[in-house]
Design a protein around this ligand. Structure first.
Ligand SMILES: Cc1cc2nc3c(=O)[nH]c(=O)nc-3n(C[C@H](O)[C@H](O)[C@H](O)COP(=O)(O)OP(=O)(O)OC[C@H]3O[C@@H](n4cnc5c(N)ncnc54)[C@H](O)[C@@H]3O)c2cc1C
Length: 308
């Protein structure tokens, strides 16, 4: 039987692995289909402390993994299909193999919603992005027009943040009013550097042939009229989906599927902890995910010490 199994190998899971490994718990990390997590999809991380020149996302998580392995963490390329948390030890079914464990750390992250356009996929990392805090300050967007797609609090936050760098920020929303909180909507609508574009959807992102974003083609959903907005970046902020379906009905979640934790990283089931973007719909950063992974590990260590 395992002492601790960690589901997910992003910043949260690998940091939990580092801490539990250093506590001699010999953790088993199940990577899922994205070893290293979301950060591996970005080339430059400029806001992770300790790297003044920035660091490649893949290299950063590889280093955290090496650090965890140095202290005895075991990393297994395997995806969890099912869990049975009704008995102890807990049972985890991963790629057909049943693993029993005394404790569990859930660090399965969240996926961002996509517009679903071919051009969106083709231009990801070439001007199409899902995180203004992560990418907004990159040179390619400085003093350039950019577009934010969405109308909720996240879209508003992204738009306001981008006014620090971009020459102008268009916020494109399918309705004729923002869905965001009143205060947020007021800030956006009173900013001289944000132009709302109402009743509109993005139907194409230009220019796949040039290999970079040069504009968006939008359609007014009321008139069907189409037009092009020139821009250097498209920030898509239409929501995230936490990867928590496996735990539905067993682990307590909010209405959007984010795991609810209390007293740090504890879930409603004793011995099961959660960390990172599957819990956090507010900050969604590598450093906060790593911090939550650390907290989950320390609590796991205490729990295992208590049960002996
Ligand atoms: C393009 C992009 C750029 C970014 N840039 C920055 C940046 O510059 N700075 C910054 O701080 N943050 C950045 N972020 C945000 C950062 O990547 C996330 O906040 C961070 O990765 C969250 O870590 P996590 O461990 O919670 O989840 P994730 O990194 O999403 O990892 C989730 C892990 O769970 C695994 N998993 C899921 N389901 C299962 C399953 N059933 N079985 C087993 N494993 C499973 C996945 O395979 C993956 O390994 C960026 C995000 C994106 C998308």
């Amino acid at each position: 039987m395992e002492k601790v199994v960690i589901i997910g190998s992003g910043c949260a899971g690998l940091t939990a692995a580092l801490y539990t490994a250093r506590a001699n718990l010999n953790p088993l990390v199940l990577t899922g289909t994205m070893p290293g997590g979301l950060l591996t999809t970005t080339s430059l991380v400029e806001n992770y402390p300790g790297f003044p020149e920035g660091i490649d996302g893949y290299e950063l998580v590889s280093r955290i993994q090496q650090q965890a392995e140095r202290f005895g963490a075991r990393i297994k390329f395997s995806t969890v299909e099912k869990v049975d948390l009704s008995n102890r030890p807990f049972a985890v079914l991963a790629d057909g193999e049943e693993i029993k464990t005394a404790s569990l750390i859930i660090a399965t992250g969240a996926s961002h919603r996509h517009l679903g356009l071919n051009s969106e996929a083709a231009l990801e990392k070439k001007g199409v992005t899902y995180c203004a805090t992560c990418d907004g300050a990159l040179p390619m967007f400085r003093n350039q027009p950019v577009v934010v797609v969405g109308g909720g609090d996240s879209a508003c936050e992204e738009a306001l943040y981008l006014t620090r760098f971009a020459s102008i920020v268009y916020i494109i929303h399918r309705r004729n009013a923002l869905r965001a909180s009143k205060i947020m909507a007021h800030r956006v609508l009173s900013s001289p550097r944000i132009i709302p574009v109402w009743d509109s959807i993005v139907v194409d992102i230009l220019d796949v042939n040039k290999g970079k974003v040069t504009g968006v083609r939008i359609k007014n959903v009321k008139t069907n009229e189409e037009k092009t907005i020139d821009c250097a970046g498209v920030f898509i902020a239409i929501g995230h989906i936490p990867n928590t379906t496996l735990f539905k009905g067993v682990i307590e979640m909010d209405e959007n599927g984010y795991i609810i934790t209390r007293n740090g990283a504890s879930t409603n089931i004793e011995g099961i902890f959660a960390a990172g973007d599957c819990v956090d719909h507010k900050y969604r950063q590598a450093i906060t995910a790593a911090g939550m992974g650390c907290a989950a590990a320390i609590e796991t260590e205490r729990y295992l010490a208590e049960i002996g």
